[in-house]
Write a protein that binds this ligand. Structure first.
Ligand code: HEM
Length: 508
């Protein structure tokens, strides 16, 4: 049991070389630490700090996680008798009680037509897993830029998380999902939405993409359009986290415009192989991938081909404004070869492969964007409630919150449509909807980021300390607005899709 003190005991320790403080009913001896304190000695000697209850001063300047660090935890020497600690840092698995920090279906007393008991159990298990395993690694790796650890990849494989990230489908057959919590045939897009949104809570955008997002966008064309032989060879090892895959479409010459691609694939003389030449840029997970789902110009138009790392394939890291842990690569193909059997879909039919693939990719990004914004709203809510100076409700918070609710509700509606449509129907009916939704979500996200910086002030542009998530979000928010199609391109696509299905007889 912790040693018990009174406030009077603490008050005697208020001079240089002998400083105690109370933070949230816990007593800390800062005597030896005071010279090493990053905020300096003088602030600790202040008469309202040394020997006093410094809870408010402390939380006005530090995130709760500071006191979780082992080197600082050690400074606690006891507790105040009869007082209770009330401040909780990160409690793994916990639902936040901060208003708007959770989507309404997770808030007590609210209802939703979309989520079942099984979704709720799944959410709990996922949150626990993310908080305990993904969140801590994300904080370290976002900073040091190294890729996701194989240990974590293996832990995710054991629960079949990699397989679930590919959405519902035959690839789940026979797998114990989340230790058997969800039956493969019951796994639906709401489970996948939950999975994606929980992972996004790790708050590290580059690392989040490094956590095998390349597979989320690179493997579906293999699953849907690959031959049985190819699938049998490639899919199990990728879903078990033994091999890595990415989607290689964008080029320096052409980003969202797939028809402008210049990488070529021609058949070898014996007709057995593709010979591929060209380059790809901004390829997430490219630096560490073993397989590349490559968009190529072929004789018949545009074709998607699975290329294995080997002679003629080189990857180089690209430095972007988010973490190198994403593995963002520039890839060159110099007479790289792939068997003809690695063709995904029809020769010349690449545009259909891509269009249906983009749908799922963009929807995943909408899930992430909605959740990322929510995390920022939580930060802003906490900060506006706890900061001492100018503490008044902020109008911009209300605006952020309204957009957030709009995004999540629209997303849930689209997800419901997906649950009730085949892959082909989704490609036919939801391309425009999802394009609009993504453009809406990411434009809201960019405004949310700008508003959050205003709310946090200087802290919102500082990489460490109180505003670190705001700074990170503001620096990386544009990724969502670009990957999978820039906002303008998506709005244009949405309108063109709508015009295609205009009734012929409609007149003003
Ligand atoms: C257990 C006690 C404490 C520990 C472990 C601690 C630790 C730290 C750390 C790690 C930082 C770096 C900022 C960050 O990255 O978050 C910091 C900054 C600072 N600390 Fe403390 N601190 C303690 C108590 C206090 C108290 C009681 C005050 C009283 C006012 C204080 C005032 C400051 C100030 C002014 C800064 C600079 C903040 C900034 O750059 O925005 N600290 N402290």
């Amino acid at each position: 049991m912790s040693q018990q003190f009174t406030f009077e005991d603490v008050s005697k320790h208020n001079k240089p070389g002998d400083i105690w403080v109370v933070i949230d009913a816990k007593v800390y001896d800062l005597s030896r630490f005071s010279d090493m304190h990053p905020g300096g000695l003088s602030v600790l000697l202040d008469e309202e700090v040394a020997g006093q209850d410094a809870t408010e001063a402390f939380y006005g300047l530090h995130r709760a996680e500071v006191l979780e660090r082992p080197q600082y935890k050690r400074l606690q020497i006891g507790v105040i008798a009869g007082e209770q600690s009330v401040i909780t840092g990160i409690v793994p698995g916990k639902i936040s009680k901060v208003p708007y920090a959770e989507p309404s279906w997770l808030v007590e007393g609210y209802h939703s037509p979309y989520y079942t008991e099984n979704h709720r159990k799944f959410q709990k298990a996922m949150r626990q897993f993310v908080d305990e395993n993904i969140y801590p690694e994300a904080q370290v790796k976002e900073e040091d830029g190294t890729r996701v650890s194989q240990e974590l990849v293996d832990k995710m494989s054991a629960l079949n998380i990699h397989a679930m990230r590919m959405g519902p489908g035959k690839h789940l057959k026979g797998l114990a999902l989340m230790g058997g919590l969800v039956k493969p045939e019951e796994f639906d897009y709401f489970h996948e939405l939950i999975l994606t949104q929980e992972i996004t809570r790790c708050g590290a955008r580059g690392y989040g993409d490094g956590l095998l997002s390349g597979k989320v966008i690179g493997l579906p064309p293999v699953l849907t359009f690959g031959s049985e032989e190819l699938k049998a060879r490639v899919v199990p090892e990728v879903l078990q986290g033994k091999k890595f895959i990415c989607l290689a479409i964008s080029e320096a010459h052409a980003g969202s415009d797939v028809m402008g691609l210049q990488t070529t694939a021609v058949k070898s003389e014996d007709g057995k192989e593709w010979i591929i030449n060209g380059s790809k840029k901004w390829i997430t997970n490219g630096t560490f991938s073993d397989y590349f789902t490559v968009g190529c110009k072929t004789e018949d138009g545009f074709t998607v081909i699975l290329v294995e790392r080997g002679p003629g394939v080189e990857t180089k890291p690209i430095k972007t404004s988010y973490s190198a842990s994403a593995g963002t690569a520039y890839i060159t193909f110099d007479n790289a070869r792939a068997p003809i059997g690695n063709t995904l879909g029809e020769e010349g039919g690449g545009i259909f492969v891509m269009l249906s693939n983009f749908n799922h990719e963009r929807w995943v990004m909408c899930c992430g964007s909605a959740r990322g914004q929510r995390a920022i709203v939580e930060e802003c809510m906490k900060w506006s409630a706890q900061r001492k100076a100018f503490g008044k409700p902020l109008n911009s918070l209300a605006i952020i919150r309204a957009k957030l609710a709009g995004t999540q509700s629209w997303l849930e509606n689209v997800t419901y449509q997906m649950c009730n449509m085949s892959y082909r129907q989704q490609a036919a009916k939801l391309v425009g909807q999802i394009a609009f939704l993504k453009a809406y979500a990411t434009s809201c996200a960019q405004e949310t980021a700008a508003d959050a910086v205003q709310i946090f002030g200087g802290r919102g542009i500082t990489r460490t300390g109180m505003g670190r998530f705001i700074e990170h979000y503001h620096r990386t928010v544009a990724f969502d607005a670009l990957l999978g199609g820039a906002e303008d391109v998506l709005r244009d696509l949405g309108v063109r899709q709508a015009l295609r299905v205009m009734p012929k007889g409609s007149r003003l």
